[in-house]
Design a protein around this ligand. Structure first.
Ligand code: ZN
Length: 282
């Protein structure tokens, strides 16, 4: 059975909420989509130059500390705004170098990417990160051991639970008999969900993803998931947003409305590391 955790929520609050920011900027276009033309680069530039400052101002207004998952490439390309994230007291999480897909990477390749990612965050002056989010929300067979070797305590990339932390297990896949789970890892998983991610629902990709869903639909879904989380004991709600997406005019207004909605109903806004540290066995 899955080894699960529950979060010890501070008195008077109901649900741990991490308003996670995946600060992909240009790295998602360069590394994941291999789209490096000026228009795609400008979408990443918007995230760093316009979206991120809007988000920092919003978090300051509500006194919220959260986790910014910053690829090394973003730290190197846009160091000033990344230093501002740090100065504002947010947790900095590791998010690859140039938004790589790790699933088919060799151990050497993945080890090298991790070293580059950590070096770029160190250059910013960030403390050694304890939380990792895979750029692809996926692992290679080596990812967990690389995370353990580099001192990570928490991961936020997998979907084996939705509203409770858990310890992921490796799966040996068989197509002619049952799959076999291995032992749970020591890394605590703070699970993500595509339903709690702004990017697929919103971003238009020419000839691909349609995106462009109305902001109200997204608000309704995110609020409904939060309402359900309020009925559970020790739940965590991990929302993933991107400055180039949530930073758009219609989206950031919806996001602020959501912050107010959750604050009125008992959200404990916290960093991923704070939520991880407050987790005990279920
Ligand atoms: Zn990302």
């Amino acid at each position: 059975m899955q080894k699960q955790g529950r979060v010890i929520i501070p008195e008077g609050k109901k649900v741990a909420v991490n308003l996670g920011i995946d600060f992909d900027a240009q790295s998602i276009w360069d590394g994941s989509f291999k789209l490096t033309s000026p228009a795609y680069e400008s979408r990443g530039e918007f995230g760093a130059e316009v979206g991120a400052p809007r988000l920092l101002a919003l978090f300051k207004k509500y006194g919220i500390k959260t986790t910014w998952f910053i690829p090394g490439h973003t730290a190197d390309t846009f160091p000033e705004i990344c230093k501002q994230v740090l100065a504002d007291g947010h947790e900095i999480g590791c998010h690859g170098y140039v938004h790589e897909n790790p699933t088919n990477a060799t151990l050497e390749e993945e080890t090298k990417v991790m070293a580059m990612a950590l070096h770029s965050l160190e250059k910013l002056g960030a403390p050694k990160p304890v939380t990792y989010r895979s750029p692809y929300w996926d692992f290679s067979p080596n990812t967990i051991s690389i995370l353990e070797k580099n001192g990570f305590l928490y991961d936020s990339s997998l979907m084996g639970n939705d509203l409770h932390p858990y310890y992921p297990r490796p799966v040996e896949v068989h197509s002619d008999s049952a799959n076999i789970f291995g032992e749970p890892t020591k890394i605590l998983e703070l699970p993500v969900s595509w339903f709690l991610d702004d990017f697929p629902q919103t971003e238009y990709l020419t000839g691909g993803q349609e995106g462009q869903r109305p902001a109200q639909d997204i608000f309704d879904r995110w609020a409904a998931i939060f309402d359900y989380a309020c009925t559970l004991e020790g739940a965590c709600y991990m929302l993933t947003c991107h400055p180039q997406t949530i930073g758009r005019a219609h989206m950031i207004q919806m996001y602020e409305k959501l912050i107010q909605y959750m604050a009125e109903r008992g959200a404990w806004f916290a960093t991923a590391a704070e939520i991880g540290a407050a987790t005990v066995p279920k």
